[in-house]
Design a protein around this ligand. Structure first.
Ligand code: AHG
Ligand code: MN
Ligand code: MN
Length: 353
C-alpha cells in the first residue's frame, strides 16, 4: 500500500515545520474538515430526502426540511464557536459579524466562509461547494472585529474549499502550495490524493456565463473572442465549460488549466462589480490560485491586493492561468475606461464599520 496520508496527518506534518506553532491553527483546519464531512453526508442525502418527502434525522416532527445552505452554515458555525480558537466569523448567510457566544473563549483567528456555494445546483444534482478563509486577528481585545475580517487577501493565513462532486474533496493552502484530499466514504477520512497542485501551463477551458454576454463590456467581449481563437490576434482556442458553482468551475480549471471570469458591467451604473463576493468567495479562491502558480484579477489588478471596505463587498473576478488573466487586464485597459472609472470608485470606498 502506498503511504496513506490523512488530512489530519498532513496538517500536523506541515505544522512541525513551525517550531513555535501551538497547534491551534491545525486544529481549526481539522474542525473545518469535520464540518465538511457532515455537510457532505447531508448533501448526499438531500436528493433522497426530497424524493421520499422525509425530514432529515435532526428534524422528525414533520417541519420543512432545512435548506441545505442553512444547514451548512449552522454546521460550520457550531464546529467553530466553542473551541477557543476563533474570535469571530463572517458568513455569506449572515448580514453582520458573527460573534462568539459569551460562554466560550475566543482565539487568535477569524473565519470567513460561504457555507454552500452554487446553491442553484442542489436540486439538479450538480456539484456544489464550501469556501473558507482564515485571517489572524490583529486588533486588541478579546472579540474579533470587522477590521479583523476586512483584511487584504494577501494577508490570509489559510484558505480552501470543499467540492461535493462525483467525490467529495477538500483543497487547501496555508501558503505552502495547494493540496487536495479526497473523502474516502468508507472510513470517513480525507486522504491526500492531489499533493502540490500546480495549474497546468497549457490551458484547456474558459468558464463564464455567456447568458450575460449582452451586459459585458467591450474589453470582456474582445477577451472572450481572443480565448475562442477568433480575430487577428488569435488566442489559444479553448473549450468552454460552465457549471455555475465557483468552486466547481475553479476546481476544474485548477486541475486542467484555464480561466474563470465573472466580470463587472456597466449595465446598472451603480453596480460595476459583478456578482462574486470578495470575502466569502474571491479572496479564498484567489489565494489558492496564486499558490498553484496562477493569478486572479478584478480586471484592474490583483484581487489579493484589494482592501475590503464592507462585509458583503463584491468583486469582478478573472482567475486561472496567469497569462490568460493578464490578457483580460490588457483588453479591459484598452477598451473599458468608463467601466474602470466606475469600478475604481466602488473599490476604493472608505471602510464601512
Ligand atoms: P452562491 O450559491 O453561494 O450564492 O454562489 C453562486 C455564485 C457562484 O458560485 C457562481 O460562480 C455564480 O454565482 C453563478 O452565477 P450565475 O448563475 O449568474 O452564472
Ligand atoms: Mn457562493
Ligand atoms: Mn452560498
Amino acid at each position: 500500500m502506498d503511504k496513506l496520508i490523512t488530512i489530519e496527518r498532513h496538517i500536523n506534518d506541515t505544522q512541525k515545520q513551525y517550531p513555535h506553532a501551538t497547534g491551534t491553527f491545525s486544529n481549526m483546519l481539522q474542525d473545518i474538515a469535520l464540518a465538511a464531512k457532515l455537510i457532505s453526508l447531508e448533501t448526499n442525502r438531500a436528493g433522497l430526502v426530497d424524493i421520499l418527502g422525509m425530514t432529515s434525522t435532526h428534524n422528525t416532527s414533520g417541519e420543512r426540511q432545512q435548506k441545505l445552505d442553512m444547514f451548512a452554515d449552522n454546521v460550520i458555525f457550531q464546529m467553530n464557536d466553542h473551541t477557543g480558537r476563533v474570535a469571530a466569523m463572517v458568513s455569506e448567510e449572515h448580514e453582520d459579524l458573527i460573534e462568539i457566544p459569551v460562554e466560550y473563549d475566543t482565539g487568535n483567528y477569524v473565519l470567513l466562509y460561504d457555507p454552500l456555494d452554487g446553491s442553484s445546483n442542489i436540486d439538479v444534482n450538480v456539484s456544489i461547494g464550501t469556501i473558507f478563509a482564515i485571517h489572524r486577528k490583529f486588533t486588541k481585545g478579546e472579540k474579533g472585529t470587522i477590521e479583523d475580517v476586512l483584511q487584504e487577501g494577501k494577508r490570509l493565513v489559510a484558505s480552501g474549499y470543499v467540492i461535493y462532486g462525483s467525490s467529495t474533496m477538500m483543497v487547501y493552502t496555508t501558503g505552502q502550495g495547494v493540496h487536495g484530499f479526497t473523502l474516502d466514504q468508507g472510513v470517513g477520512e480525507f486522504v491526500l490524493s492531489h499533493p502540490d497542485i500546480r495549474i497546468p501551463d497549457d490551458p484547456a477551458y474558459y468558464s463564464a456565463n455567456h447568458g450575460s454576454e449582452i451586459e459585458w463590456t467591450e474589453g470582456v467581449r474582445h477577451f472572450t473572442r481572443w480565448l475562442q481563437g477568433r480575430g487577428d490576434d488569435a488566442g489559444p482556442k479553448l473549450k468552454q465549460r460552465y457549471i455555475g458553482s465557483l468552486v466547481a468551475d475553479v476546481h476544474r480549471n485548477l486541475l486542467k488549466g484555464g480561466v474563470f471570469y465573472y466580470p463587472g458591467t456597466l449595465q446598472d451604473p451603480g453596480k460595476p462589480y459583478g456578482k462574486i463576493r470578495l470575502l466569502y468567495e474571491a479572496q479564498a479562491m484567489a489565494y489558492i490560485i496564486s499558490q498553484a502558480g496562477g493569478y486572479s484579477s478584478d480586471g484592474v489588478g490583483d484581487i489579493l491586493n484589494i482592501r475590503p471596505h464592507t462585509l458583503h463587498q463584491r468583486s469582478p473576478v478573472f482567475m486561472g492561468n496567469r497569462d490568460l488573466v493578464k490578457k483580460a487586464e490588457d483588453f479591459i485597459r484598452a477598451h473599458d475606461a468608463e467601466w474602470i472609472a466606475a469600478y475604481k470608485d466602488y473599490r476604493n470606498r472608505e471602510l464601512i464599520l
